[in-house]
Ligand binder design. Structure first.
Ligand SMILES: [Zn+2]
Ligand SMILES: [Zn+2]
Length: 326
């Protein structure tokens, strides 16, 4: 059958059959449900994916150090209990738009695809302008919170600048945190970061919360937090199955997207490889010591790009993909 005889296509991501507008090439078509582009390459899903297949060694190393602190899980659970996971959920519900089949339906469909690909129960997803829980500034990211019943918050400022496959990557990164069983630690790390911010403003409630977690735990937690991102970027790549999508999403995270200007993806890849070449191990160690001490939790997109490219170059991504269903 020749191309011009094709009148419909099945979305490789969500399975929906879509009509093809007459005279339009299939390459330009998008699925009416998930809005992802038509593709002749099948989207692969994992019947069973072991987090150990993709966890970054820096993540497991730092998490090992954190977990070796006596009583750490109890302390962090206590911190979350005091803040109240249900409180965080209520705040998210009250301040955001909840995604569902009739609300931002394409985001809902994308989340279905992500959860089905990684084999994770579907969490709730909220879209917001500012942090709905603590009311802090406008975010240019996404986050996942909650241990009992995790939920994802996506900032509209980020989502509206990403294309559909990049949004899939962001959602996959977030679901990756759930799949990799990061939730106790990421939720605690984020709480502590906010508490520290409030402490500076001398808020008495957060001051009490702040004293529960000692400095040893804080440093180990912050030291791990950034490295956990590397594992979730890998989980995201396992879902989007195209490294260029990871690079372009990270490029937008690093430099935003300026209206009327095009960006050079190749130059950004070169910048990432340069970053990796310049900073030999000793330097990076020092870098992490400073990060841990400063309590900084902001991600480093250029470093993350360098790491994801290394994973692909080493053939490890391909190796994990062989375990996916065709
Ligand atoms: Zn679709
Ligand atoms: Zn993350």
């Amino acid at each position: 059958m020749s191309d011009d005889a094709v009148t419909s296509f099945r979305c490789t991501y969500c399975g929906q059959r879509n009509a093809l507008t007459e005279g339009r090439p299939i390459e330009a078509a998008k699925c009416g449900r998930c809005r992802l582009p038509a593709s002749s390459v099948p989207h692969r899903k994992f019947a069973e994916l072991d987090p150990n297949d993709y966890i970054h060694p820096l993540d497991s190393q730092a998490l090992g150090a954190l977990r070796s602190i006596p009583g750490v899980d109890t302390v962090l659970k206590k911190l979350i209990e005091l803040t109240g996971e249900s409180y965080m959920r209520v705040m998210a519900n009250a301040n955001t738009v909840k995604v569902g089949p009739t609300q931002y339906a394409d985001l809902d469909a994308k989340l279905d695809i992500v959860c089905c690909t990684l084999g994770v129960p579907k969490p709730d997803l909220y879209v917001t302008v500012s942090d709905p829980i603590f009311g802090t500034g406008v975010g240019f990211n996404a986050m996942t919170t909650g241990v009992e019943k995790p939920f994802i918050i996506g900032f509209s400022t980020l989502l509206e600048r990403l294309d559909d496959r990049e949004i899939l990557a962001v959602l996959a990164h977030e679901v990756g945190h759930i799949h990799a069983q990061h939730m106790l630690y990421t939720t605690a790390a984020r709480l502590l970061a906010v508490i520290t911010e409030f402490l500076l403003a001398a808020n008495p409630i957060t001051a009490t919360l702040g004293t529960i977690v000692n400095m040893t735990i804080r440093v180990a937690l912050i030291n791990w937090y950034q490295k956990a991102e590397l594992s979730c970027d890998r989980a995201a790549l396992l879902v989007v199955q195209d490294k260029d999508v990871m690079v372009s999403a990270m490029l937008k995270l690093a430099g935003g997207l300026m209206a009327g200007r095009s960006v050079n993806q190749e130059a950004f890849i070169e910048q990432a490889r340069d970053f990796d070449r310049q900073y030999e191990e000793r330097m990076v160690d020092k870098f992490w010591t400073i990060i841990a001490a400063s309590g900084r939790t902001h991600p480093f997109p250029v470093w993350r790009v360098a790491e994801i490219l290394k994973w692909v170059d080493a053939g490890d991504y391909e190796r994990v993909m062989t375990r996916a269903d065709g």
